[in-house]
Write a protein that binds this ligand. Sequence first.
Ligand code: SF4
Length: 290
Amino acid sequence: MWIPPEFLDVRISASDMSFDVCPTNRNLYLSEIEKVKLPADPSRVLGKAVESLYFRIYEVVTKHVYDLAESKQYVKIDPWEVLHGQDPDLIKRSIQDAEEKCKSGDFAATDLDALTGKLKKILDFEAHLSTSLVQNQLSRLADHRVKGFYDDLMHFSIEPTYRAELLGFSTPVKPDFVYGGKTIGDIKTGNWHEFKKLAFTGYALAYECDRHQPMNSGIIHQVHFKDSLGVPLHYNTKVEIITNELRTQFVTRRDAKLEVLRNGNDPGKPDKKICEQNECPFIPHCWGKK
Ligand code: SF4
């Protein structure tokens, strides 16, 4: 599992490790060796804004429940109200976060009205969900242990960091969240691809390397949108066991990527169909514009 001695001088970021679009790793050669710049892409802004909005919703609802449970003002507990009291501010601030984290070209290419509409779907959905969960709990327990219930149900550690140089990662490695100390995860937008599982596998191994404790399950919270539906879609969000197969796959792919970075040679292209299936952003560069 540790990095082999021949790669000790090479490091890879967690995002380059998990963005496994290309079987030959030509994407890595192009971005890291040839320094090819990708065209502006608004999907990166969507990804960062969605991530930020989830973190903000979690922060707002947690503070609201804790404060009112602490002062025993149970009648005022209403996540819907508090979340919508901060809308559109919450959405605006999430878009600002994305602007700060993304390249200016990506942000300039973003349709901000469409982005706001997608974030609003998430806000409404999470406001409904959190309100139902908390109100249901209040209706069922005479002693109102709502804070304990909330702690158990919503036990997230947001953006923890781990050192994992021994695995070949440039550090720190920063997953989006750890849930209940048992499941490590990432929030992703766009279409589902099986290679996305490499993200939580890498994070789990980094956690184990840093904490010396097992991390045996992972999740990609996959968020998708359809104009015909008013709710965000989570078709592929599910907890997965981090099997030996996934761990072996991680090591094999990591060593192949590190080899590309070490030798600096063009590794060549796979069948074009694979590039298209994986929606690789380098297609115009590798295959020419249609
Ligand atoms: S377009 Fe194809 S060959 Fe080029 S980097 Fe992407 S997957 Fe690899």
